[in-house]
Write a protein that binds this ligand. Structure first.
Ligand code: ASP
Length: 318
């Protein structure tokens, strides 16, 4: 069977106007590194699930992305992260929400899936579980990132939340992001040589988020979903509309019950249904035959793919 890996590093107001050559090179390199790590696993006969975890943890370790090390700050000046992982071969899933000081939240999501007897753990309880399982922790200093901190300083006195790659919801409180600012929730989907698919997503959420806000990323069927009978999906964008539209499960249902192709189902939800409720963002998708799609209604999405037929792509803009 052919195998395929797709990754994203966030969708939003990503245009040539906010990028420069150096930043483009940095993102290309970071996306390629994540593709390399994930693809090497598929090439060695590894599983889609392991490829997804490898690609995502590589991006979590890179401060360019809003996940793991590069996570944004909450209203209280903390880093609270969300992540989810799903195995399309058996519908097993694991997710964590609002976790702190976890070096790789996607690794903890896998641990939840395999060894907790539950699907979703949150906050301090998830932290306790992480300690009991010997999951790698990291200090607050590890997560400190000056540009994320500056983004937060600019809006901490307001009640606005901000997608780290979208500044125009600030109604004049904030200029467009400067070149050099760092963006991006991360995700990966893969189809392995056994015809199994998997999806994962990891994020720091939205800058200045309050009250333990949780986005779509760790919610199975909203930001993350995988089912061999339909598709594997990882979303990025403004989480609230993605939650209300149950984006990833809706796409799966359109394929499974209405017989739509992967592309038709993604277009229907991202370019029609989501737009009608004001949702901005996108997703990566793959099915068990290795068909794939990048779909977004925003200006851009950091994205990449590689497959066993020799196709490879890294791109940012629409
Ligand atoms: N969807 C994420 C959230 O709302 C943010 C993002 O994709 O950048 O938490």
């Amino acid at each position: 069977m052919p195998f395929t890996l797709l990754i994203h590093g966030g969708a939003g107001n990503i245009t040539p106007a906010i990028m420069d050559k150096e930043l483009e090179d940095d993102y290309s390199q970071a996306l390629k590194e994540a593709l390399d790590k994930g693809y090497a696993i598929l090439q060695k006969g590894g599983t889609a699930l392991d490829a997804v975890v490898a690609a995502i943890s590589t991006m979590e370790d890179d401060p360019l992305f809003n996940a793991g090390k590069g996570s944004v700050f909450t209203k209280k000046g903390l880093n609270e992260m969300d992540a989810a992982l799903m195995d399309g071969s058996n519908l097993a899933a694991g997710s964590v929400a609002g976790v702190r000081n976890i070096k790789n939240p996607i690794v903890l999501a896998r641990e939840v899936m395999l060894h907790s007897g539950h699907v979703m753990l949150s906050g301090s309880g998830a932290g306790e579980f992480a300690l009991s399982q010997g999951i790698e922790m990291a200090s607050d200093e590890y997560f400190f990132n000056q540009s994320r901190y500056d983004q937060w300083l600019e809006i901490r006195h307001t009640n606005f939340t901000q997608l780290d790659h979208k500044a125009d919801n600030l109604k004049g409180h904030h200029p467009l992001p400067n070149p050099g600012e760092k963006f991006g929730t991360v995700g990966a989907v893969a189809c392995d040589e056994y015809g199994n698919i998997a999806a994962g997503t990891s994020t720091g959420g939205m800058t200045n988020k309050r009250f333990g806000r949780i986005g779509d990323s760790p919610v199975i069927g909203a930001g993350t979903y995988a089912n061999n009978a339909s598709c594997a999906i990882s979303c990025t964008g403004h989480g609230e509309p993605f939650l209300r539209a149950c984006v990833s499960h809706d796409i799966s249902c359109l394929m499974e019950y209405r017989g739509l192709s992967l592309k038709e189902a993604c277009d229907k939800v991202i370019k029609d249904k989501l737009v009608k409720i004001g949702g901005e963002g996108g997703l990566i998708a793959v099915d068990a035959k290795g068909n794939y799609d990048f779909c977004f209604n925003s200006a851009g999405m950091y994205r990449g793919m590689r497959n066993s037929e020799g196709k490879e792509l890294v791109a940012f803009y629409g």
